[in-house]
Design a protein around this ligand. Structure first.
Ligand code: MTE
Length: 395
């Protein structure tokens, strides 16, 4: 700030008077000065908001947890605020030999059972889907904002299936079904359930789930694309083969260059993005910047993130803010001194399996340009002399 800054010389009235009482807002709200940091719907994406998506404002978030009020939303047929006293979860089987008995649980019954709390990212398979062929949207909110990360609390699905007497030798899949009008149904392989990672969640960031995110019950399928995280979860059917429902046979499939479709490609591969600075922002002046971003992998932990300031010619290793968690967002930071000249910022993540996030050139060679889902390419942000940052693609 300049010498003689009135903001330091003159005391504002509020600092010499009584502040507002406790519980003025029984449920706390963000500062009124933060009103721009909100979920946004991309104009023209869907005809009705009830079948659309709102994107999380990644450019303004710190650390790895998405505040529940800013968690992205994707509804196929709108959201409801469901009465938890009337909500039920039914567990049954496609064949009597797979399960000893079918059961119906109330929320009270579920909440008595041994619970787990785990931090996981959820990413829609269509995240970055608009960018397959070319640059389409200006900001990280729209390129990558179908991504959020919360601490979820609930009961491992394994506990419920075992309570119903599942026969793991015969029962190899489950079908998860939502209670909303979209008939959202997804097949989950039993290995994921048996590993204990899949759970039915009622908690999100220390409180009950938000209605938009499936209150009072949703499925958490760590590492798997968002569509399998069925909201308003009402039924789990145990089966012995994949169900090929509409949302796995026709949607959420990958069109390949040879014209064939790839199905059940549900794991979200390793990906990262620089969130600050990012498209639509302007660097205030040359000099020091903390460049910050997010990395994640559906296959486990992030091992390393490298950052380039010259469009991929040279790379430097960023600092990972620990603890680095399994199938959760990982925050990375790196120091940068901007010399005022044009630059292209990129991040490239590697996960614990050794898989390295691909460039657009590498990804398109295998996947073509006509896909919607599973674009995990390296994102590039171009900085020009006046400090403006824009979305560009580098092969
Ligand atoms: N579950 C039901 N019942 N209905 C839905 O429309 N949308 C799915 C999934 N679960 C959906 C659903 C999709 S496509 C995604 S990406 C995630 O929920 C989004 O979860 P969120 O709205 O909590 O971000």
């Amino acid at each position: 700030a300049n010498e003689g800054d009135p903001n330091i010389l003159n005391l504002p009235a509020w600092s010499t008077s009584l502040g507002q009482p406790v519980a003025t807002h029984p449920y706390g709200m963000p500062s009124k000065f933060e009103h721009q940091l909100v979920r946004r719907e991309s104009p023209g994406l869907a005809r009705v908001g009830g079948a659309s998506v709102s994107f999380a404002p990644l450019q303004g978030l710190f650390g790895i947890i998405t505040p529940s009020g800013l968690h992205f939303e994707r509804h196929h047929q709108g959201w409801q605020d469901v009465d938890p006293t009337r909500h039920r979860l039914m567990i049954n089987a496609s064949d009597d030999s797979l399960l000893k008995k079918s059961k119906v649980y109330t929320m009270d019954e579920l909440m008595r059972l041994p619970s787990v709390s785990r931090i996981h990212f959820i990413e829609c398979g269509a995240n970055t889907g608009l960018e397959w062929g070319n640059v389409a949207v200006p900001t990280v909110q729209y390129t990558h904002g179908m991504l959020s990360c919360s601490e979820f609390t609930g009961v491992p699905l394994k506990t419920l299936l075992e309570d119903c007497g599942v026969d793991y030798k015969k029962a190899r899949y489950v079908l998860a079904e939502g209670a909303d009008g979209s008939s959202m149904t997804r097949t989950i392989p039993m290995e994921m359930v048996e590993s204990g990672e899949v759970f039915v969640a009622y908690g999100q960031n220390g409180e009950m789930l938000r209605p938009e995110n499936g209150y009072p019950l949703r499925l958490v399928v760590p590492g798997v694309q968002g569509v399998s995280w069925v909201k308003w979860l009402r039924r789990i059917e145990v089966g012995d083969m994949p169900y090929a429902t509409k949302d796995e046979a026709v949607h959420y499939i990958d069109l390949l260059p040879n014209g064939l479709h790839r199905q059940y490609s549900s794991i979200q591969e390793c990906k990262s993005v620089i969130t600050t600075p990012s498209g639509g922002q302007t660097l205030v002046a040359k000099g020091f910047f903390n460049v910050s971003g997010l990395a994640w992998s559906g296959r486990g932990r992030i091992k390393q993130v490298d950052v380039s300031f010259d469009g991929g010619l040279n790379w430097q290793t960023a600092r990972l803010e620990g603890p680095v968690q399994n199938k959760a967002l990982t925050r990375f930071n790196i120091n940068w001194v901007w010399d005022g000249k044009p630059a292209i910022l990129q991040s490239r993540a590697m996960d614990e399996t050794g898989y390295v996030q691909p460039s657009y050139g590498q990804l398109r060679k295998v996947r073509g340009t006509k896909s919607i889902y599973h674009n995990n390419s390296i994102q590039s942000w171009k900085v020009v002399e006046n400090g403006e940052v824009t979305n560009v693609q580098v092969l």
